[in-house]
Write a protein that binds this ligand. Sequence first.
Ligand code: SF4
Length: 369
Amino acid sequence: MDQSKEPDTLTHSAMKAFRTLTSCALKALLTLTYSALKAFRNCRRMYDLRYNRGLVPLDDDDSLALGAMFHACLERWYKRAADAPLDQVVAEILDFIDGSYPDRLTDDRQRKNWHLARAMFLAYIKKYPSEDFNIVAVEQEFNVPIVNPDTDCASRTFIMRGKADAVVVKDGQYFILEHKTASAIDGGYIERLPMDFQVTLYSDYIGRDMNIKVAGVIYNVVAKAQIKQGKGETEEEFEDRKAALLAKSKTGKTTASRKMAESDEDFQERLAAKYREDGMFHRELLYFYADQFAALHSEVWELTQQLLLARRTGRWYQNPDFCFHFNRPCAYFPICRSGENPNVIENLFRVAPQHPELGETAPADAPVF
Ligand code: SF4
């Protein structure tokens, strides 16, 4: 079966024109990602703080850090050479995890993510020792024009860039393989997957960039175990607990002994047992339908026009309805609440690359002002 079908929507001619652009012309275009557009849609001030000024909290979101690490492990796993000895590949990935958390003996957050990353990866390769698809590309990047759906002309300001976790072939059709880490894989989580517009849009862009037709997406979901390593008691805590037990005891005695910290080996075993339970892994295959792409392209174009206006006027409106959208404060809440107090920015934020997912790096010691 010939997989190379030319995508047949209205951006075909724009794509052909785009492929003739020189590298200079391409460099002059500003990169947009779906994450950036989504930030703009949710709160323009958030976009300004993150993408114009490059600010991120010093203490980045823990769940995102673990998700990025697990993605990096799967990238290495699926990029392995066909003839590479599996033991060696696994050992190298475990070394990579170890090397990513050098302060795990003293830093609780590093220790927690180190444990989880190891346990997730080892459980994953046991769960999926072989696959019913063939890998075509891993961490596949794309650069595509953003096209006006009414005129079929490409934006002269922006270019859409992004990256898909993998492109695979299953039963003769192309699919995007999308890795997700989730706190819990429940019915609500699965129900929401078809609303994941980023994957839908990126699939269309990847299809154009690779000149293939992407039939759908395979969501590859792994739960983050919520159990914690036993911390043990200090001598003082034990004495306090013992005193409380003795106060309640009718015999004036207690058999309580001091709780010792759980060893790394014991915790890894407990995590491995957790990952053998049902509901820690899930794969969901969803097919796309053509209208989905057209609606999303219109939305993207509309957002770019509003973004141009905001850039021209320098007005980046706040959306206070979004400040606690995820039942927790937005990462930029300290800045907005303080009226952009320079001390808050200097003490709690740093400058990061605009699109680190595309391999961009920030200049060292970049000032926050
Ligand atoms: S705190 Fe609220 S207003 Fe400020 S950037 Fe976040 S969502 Fe926007």
